[in-house]
Structure formats: C-alpha cells, structure tokens
Design a protein around this ligand. Sequence first.
Ligand SMILES: NC(=O)c1ccc[n+]([C@@H]2O[C@H](COP(=O)([O-])OP(=O)(O)OC[C@H]3O[C@@H](n4cnc5c(N)ncnc54)[C@H](O)[C@@H]3O)[C@@H](O)[C@H]2O)c1
Length: 331
Amino acid sequence: MKLLITGSAGFIGMSTSMAFLKQNYTVIGIDNLNSFYDIRLKIDRNNELKKFKKYKFYNFDISKNDEKLKSIIKKHKIKIVLHLAAQANVRYSLKNPRAYIRNNIVGFYNIIEACRELKVEKFIFASSSSVYGKNYKVKNFFSENDKTDTPKNLYAATKKSNEVIAYAYSDLFNINTVGLRFFTVYGPWGRPDMAPFIFLKSILERKTIKIFNSGKMFRDFTYIDDVVNAIVKITQRRLTNKKNFYKILNIGRGKSENLMNFIKIMESTIDMKSKKKYLPLQMGDMVLTQANIKELKKFIKYTPRTELKVGLKKFCDWYIDYYKYNKKFSS
Ligand SMILES: NC(=O)c1ccc[n+]([C@@H]2O[C@H](COP(=O)([O-])OP(=O)(O)OC[C@H]3O[C@@H](n4cnc5c(N)ncnc54)[C@H](O)[C@@H]3O)[C@@H](O)[C@H]2O)c1
C-alpha cells in the first residue's frame, strides 16, 4: 500500500509518515523544508523517516511547481493523498499574510487540482480548529456543523477556504474527501512556534514566559499519537459507495485545559518553576477551543484519550534528550 504525504518533514507529517511506514506502507513524502522554524529539526525528522526503505522524499515547494507534483503522483500511481503542508501559526499571519495565500491557497489549489487531473481516489487534508473563530462567544464545544464564517485571522480564513474549495472539487469531480480540524497538537518532535515548546524552552533556560489574556486562555491540547491514530484510521476506513463523499471532522481530545494549569503540569513534570509576565489578549487569538468529538467517535470508533500529564511527560523527556539539556546547569 502506498500514499503521498505533503509536509512530511513537519510535526504531524513526520509522526504520521512514521506510523504508515511501520505498517509497511510506501510513503511518498513532499516538503520544501522551509525556514519558518528551525530547519535542523525538519531535517532530523526527515532523517528518521529516511531510515525506512519505503520512504521516498521530494524536496520542493508545492505552491511553485505543480508540474513536478503531477509527475510524482503519476509516477507513483498515487490513489491516496494526505495533505498536511501549510503555513501554520495564527500570530505569524498578522505579519506575513502573503505566505498564507501562497502556501495555503495556491499550494492547496495545486494539490487538489493534481488530484482531480490524475484521479486520486481519497484526499485527506488538514484544516484547523481556528475556523471556529468568534464562535467561542456563543458555544463552548465546537461541532462540525457550527457556523465557521467568522474567522479571527487570515490563517483561519485560508483553512476555511480549503474546506469550501475541497467541497466543490469533491462534489464536481468525485473525489472522496475528508478535512481534519486539528486542535492544538503537542508531543515529541513538536513545533518550536507553539506554546508547549516555547514554555518548556523558557522554563529550562530560566527565562520569563509571556502569558496572554492574563492566563484566561483554554485549549483542547491533543497528544500527537492520538492524532496520528485518528489519521491512520480515517485513511484506512472505507468511505462510502458514493464517489463524492465529503466530511469534516474535529480531531481533538474533547476537553479544554486552562493555560495556567497546563503550565503547572509542565512545571511539576520537570520539577522547575516558571517566571511569568502577564499580557493582554493578542490580536487574532481565540480565547477557548474545545472539540465536540462525537462525530469522530462515530466515524472511526476511536477517542483520543492521552491525559495531559502523560503526554507532557513524553514531550518533556523528548525535548530534554533532543536538545541535550542538563537542567542542573542551564542558566
Ligand atoms: N500542530 C497543530 O496543532 C495544528 C493545529 C491545527 C491545524 N494544523 C495543520 O496541520 C498541518 C500540519 O501542521 P504541523 O503542526 O505539522 O506544521 P509544520 O509546520 O510542522 O508542518 C508543515 C510542513 O509543511 C511544509 N510546507 C509548508 N509549505 C510548503 C510548500 N509550499 N511546499 C512544500 N512543503 C511545505 C513545511 O516545511 C513543514 O515541514 C498544517 O496544515 C497545519 O495548518 C496543525
């Protein structure tokens, strides 16, 4: 069995590729190893994947080279595409909007158009909990059928655009499609621009961490292995007899955690205290995200369950080992 994974050197892409390789799939990975964050980390993730003979890697930008994209799908006779490559991060979208249009709109168009032309049978792509935007004022739990037309930032707007473009392609051209709304994924090989990474680094280096909205922030933190299990099950599930199947799914734990509590658990995991600076809510940020995961449970009979304490321990252990931290001597 074989599939194409874009963003394979990314956080979720690497862990998902690894899971498929361990199940003896051939994984065709694409990533442009861009410098949005530490390239070394992306190269190291990719090197882990290269240990598998059945991993074939292509380094190029999907927003710039659609011919190459098509030739790869053709050459490897790809029938399943898992599209994870994107410009992520809410705050960065305020400063670099063009990167979102290029990677998340043009890049997305190139991949879905290639899927249409080359008759890919299953297209699974990453969306985001950020599409729920201003909904948190109305509801605590976000369900897939809730309104998602009030994004709070351009990143969310590009992800919502992906969902509607994918709907049109699925309906018109018979592509079985599933869009995955991820909720704050964390764990080993994570993203340096995300809170768990930033907090841990600062605590270990005895630097001050910035806490926005005076700590009144809530996130549905979801452990990477749970996310990967869900992706694998969705990919392997027979979708339907209909060819134009289309579904959006929340991929979360279904429980929200207050940021201050998250930091407390992290502090007790590494037995160190943080220094904090309290700041107002940042423009474009959501205060709360919490997934209703009934649909996910029904669809794949699986519930992400990893407790924060357990997931954070694995994340901290990985981080300290990867960056060779010696807690005693860091200053
Ligand atoms: N991690 C989360 O909590 C989270 C939450 C919601 C949504 N998502 C979405 O899930 C997907 C994966 O996220 P992640 O956390 O692994 O991010 P990531 O940044 O670690 O991975 C994305 C990868 O895609 C690559 N990439 C970006 N643009 C590309 C292009 N034009 N051509 C080729 N490669 C390109 C990057 O180099 C990177 O390695 C993204 O679509 C993201 O928006 C993630």
